[in-house]
Design a protein. Structure first.
Lengths: 450, 333
């Protein structure tokens, strides 16, 4: 399902973690050496993490990362970070205490979330969030694409154990008090590195039991007021090592995550091998219904006449304006007979039209509009109408990151929700080697099993 | 041998009948063949308007194409007021004057009063070429009287129709009987030989309906350039059925109909595509009971108040309605 590759921007012995996708590259955190002489270290000689930006050079290479500087970058860990929808405001993790106590070897500084304004390669106007607290840690912020929710991780008291995922809502110009996502998402183990995707999927990291080892990446979707049971991403995104801090592009076809599978923490790119088209026509139902109008009669209200339409399929209707639905495609000779009610004279076939009805040329998805979770559903492409195509493959994307290949397939959805199905039909290569492809999509509503 | 000759003649006649378009053959009959009107009617000036004539006169114009350079006659069928076809009121006491005019002052395009639509109009304009008064005269009952011969150039030339215009006025000068008659334009006095391309028109049509519920009378006004609407006025139709307006774009637009001795008026919109063609005013008689001896007067004016011409042979031919059907896909029911 996924293809994974280590990014070339990773430095050898240092760590690179927590990627953030921007329009022209990625922002990430690293404890890499910034000068040839010294490391930047904390009081206990741990190397400090700072925030870097790597511009994408081409599809496989990156320009040399540059550090985002701030008043805190020389003294404290900075990052992970996220960018608000305005593309200027950033939220990032850093240590809370800046005063004398930090100089004590016994003092254990806590992390909090800070906000600042991005200006070139600098973060200015840094302010702590009001609920930073020296008694516990807050960090790894992620703002929803509409700017309304701020997700983060914290080990504050009252959680499910370890660190948990929380969110705040932007209300009346400030962030509301943090809300724990509850036991549907959080466990007694560690949950951190939340990433709220524009689709509403919440990706996060956890070392809960049942994983593949170390930290693993999971996702959950909120349905109504409930978060669904988290789903662990499959190999090779998750491994026996620590895999964490996953972010994804809006189409979910590609993204980045961190992993120490090669000893150091490094950033990896993942690409889904599932085909999902970014543009795909919505399935149009074939429609054989028509309106027939004698326009001059409507315009002049020629009362003393009766209009009888013969639709060529054995059906008839009376009136200046009539409607008729044919049973299916075909060629129909529609005939209009007019009776002059004054003279009783009938003029048969005063006008005839040849109506050629064809099915829409498209791949066709035959399936129910709704079904229950857990119910096996049949999907058929039998009614596909692509004249002249030598179809070689029917590829189904069920909208839940599962696929199937074949003209008639079955699928069982486990969770309720609305899924967008794509049927991608490919023709066998033509004489010039070209392969024609057509995509059609349809929504299916999966309801909770009664 | 005689039998064979008769057969050949019959076959030749049949062949000619099939080859020659009938509207052209009878184009100078007034009323025209397509009009299916039995007679024009003019009452003596002492008659009642409730009998179906509002002004006791009838004015028709004949057009002789300029490339016709021979003599011709204007024949009147049954010009007398008496006998078989006419409408008696008491005793046969009507006298009817028929007058043929040519020369300057006849062309109604140049001289509006020549149309005779208003009571004070000098409709006798032009050169009087011939006239005759008919009373109850059995010689002309069910027979013809031929005015002429006339030379085409005795008419007034009309550039628009490329024709010489002649006018024939019928006046009920005394009495109260209804004179029912027909006109015919002919190259000869003693036979009916039409002039190719000739036509006849009037501005106010006073005619007799058939005493037959099935027969439909037609009159064909010409829709000239610039007309956007027509004001129709019909008089004394005795509530005798339905009047429908038919054109290529109108299948049968009903118009208000008059009752005994009254007028009914309405406005009819005109389509751009109807310009330069004729409308078909159809007079469908009442089917519930037969109204006998019904005479009716019809006149039309455009939006500027100018009168429209009714041609005996419709300009552009008899309009045939062409349905305009539209088929469009709709949402599945």
């Amino acid at each position: 399902m996924f293809k994974v590759e280590r990014l070339s921007l990773n430095s050898g012995p240092f760590s690179e973690i927590s990627p953030v996708i921007t329009s022209d590259g990625i922002i990430f955190c690293s404890d890499r050496r910034t000068s040839g002489i010294t490391y930047r270290t904390s009081f206990d000689n741990r190397r400090l993490y700072n925030i870097y930006f790597a511009e994408r050079k081409d599809t496989s290479d990156w320009r040399k990362p540059v550090m985002f500087k701030s008043e805190r970058s020389a003294l404290f860990n900075n990052g992970p970070l996220c960018i608000a929808p305005d593309s200027i405001t950033v939220y990032f993790t850093s240590e809370i205490e800046t005063g004398v106590p930090t100089k004590s070897r016994r003092f254990r500084n806590r992390s909090g979330i800070f906000t600042g304004q991005l200006s070139g390669n600098e973060i200015l106007s840094i302010q702590p969030l009001k609920f930073n607290n020296s008694e516990y840690n807050l960090g790894q912020p992620s703002v929803s694409s509409d700017g309304r929710y701020l997700f983060f991780a914290s080990d504050m008291t009252g959680g499910q154990g370890g660190s948990d995922i929380y969110y705040c809502e932007w209300v009346n110009g400030e962030w509301s008090d943090p809300v724990n996502l509850g036991p549907d998402v959080n466990s007694s183990a560690i949950e951190n590195y939340p990433f709220i995707h524009p689709s509403g999927k919440l990706y996060f990291t956890s070392n809960r039991p049942g994983g593949m080892g170390g930290l693993d990446v999971y996702f959950s979707i909120k349905t109504g007021d409930e978060w669904e049971t988290p789903v662990r991403l499959s190999e090779p995104v998750n491994s026996s090592s620590d895999d964490f801090a996953l972010v994804a592009f809006p189409d979910l076809q590609k993204g980045y995550f961190s992993s120490n599978r090669s000893r150091n923490d490094d950033i990896y790119e993942f690409v889904t091998t599932i085909i999902r088209k970014s543009t795909c026509n919505v399935l149009e139902e074939n429609n054989y219904c028509y309106e027939f109008v004698e326009e001059n009669a409507v315009r002049y209200d020629t009362m003393p006449f009766r209009y009888e339409w013969k639709f060529g399929d054995g059906n008839t209707a009376d009136g200046k304006i009539v409607e008729h639905c044919f049973a299916g495609p075909g060629t129909y000779v529609v005939q209009l007979d007019v009776t002059n009610l004054v003279t009783k004279e009938v003029t048969p076939n005063i006008k005839s039209d040849v109506l050629v009805i064809k099915d829409i040329e498209q791949p066709y998805i035959s399936c129910p509009d709704f079904a229950d979770a857990g119910q096996a559903i049949s999907f058929s492409a039998d009614s596909t109408n692509l004249p002249g195509w030598d179809i070689g493959q029917y590829y189904w994307n069920f909208g839940d990151e599962t696929i199937a290949v074949g003209k008639n397939v079955k699928k069982t959805y486990l969770r309720p929700g609305t899924y967008n199905i794509q049927l991608i039909v490919s023709a066998r290569p033509g004489t010039d080697g070209t392969i024609r492809e057509a995509c059609i999509s349809k929504d299916i509503l999966i309801k909770q099993q009664p | 041998m005689k039998v064979n000759t008769a057969i050949y003649r019959f076959l030749l006649f049949t062949l000619l009948t099939a080859l020659i378009p009938l509207p052209d053959l009878f184009s100078q009959a007034v009323p025209g063949k397509d009009e299916n009107i039995p007679y024009l009617v003019t009452f003596g000036k002492n008659g009642e308007t409730s009998w179906g004539d509002n002004d006791f006169r009838s004015i028709f114009f004949f057009t002789i194409p300029r490339d016709y350079n021979r003599q011709f006659y204007i024949k009147v069928f049954d010009p007398d007021a008496g006998g078989e076809n006419d409408e008696i009121q008491g005793l046969w006491d009507s006298r009817t004057l028929f007058s043929v005019y040519g020369g300057k002052g006849v062309d109604p395009d140049k001289n509006i009063e020549s149309r005779g639509l208003e009571p004070d109009d000098n409709f006798k304009s032009g050169n009087l070429l011939a006239s005759r008064v008919f009373g109850n005269d059995a010689r002309y009952d069910n027979g013809y009287y031929a005015f002429g011969p006339f030379n085409p150039t005795e008419g007034e030339f009309n550039e628009k129709w490329k024709s010489y215009i002649f006018k024939i006025v019928c006046e009920g000068v005394s009495g109260d009987d209804g004179n029912l008659f027909r006109y015919f334009l002919s190259r000869e006095a003693g036979s009916d030989l039409p002039i190719e391309g000739a036509n006849a028109f009037t501005y106010e049509y006073t005619f007799r309906m058939w005493n037959d519920m099935k027969s439909i009378a037609h009159i064909y006004p010409y829709v000239d350039t610039g007309i956007v609407s027509i004001r129709q006025k019909n008089f004394d139709w005795d509530d005798d059925g339905v009047i429908l307006v038919v054109s290529t774009y109108k299948q049968g637009l009903p118009v208000p109909i008059s009752n005994e001795d009254d007028y009914a008026e309405s406005t009819i919109p005109v389509e751009q595509q109807e310009i330069g063609k004729s409308l078909d005013f159809q007079f469908h008689k009442k089917q519930s009971s037969l109204v006998r001896n019904n005479n009716v007067v019809v006149s039309l004016k455009n939006q500027r108040g100018d009168a429209l011409q009714f041609f005996s042979s419709p300009i552009g031919g008899v309009p045939v309605y062409q349905p305009l059907t539209r088929i469009r896909k709709i949402q599945k029911k």
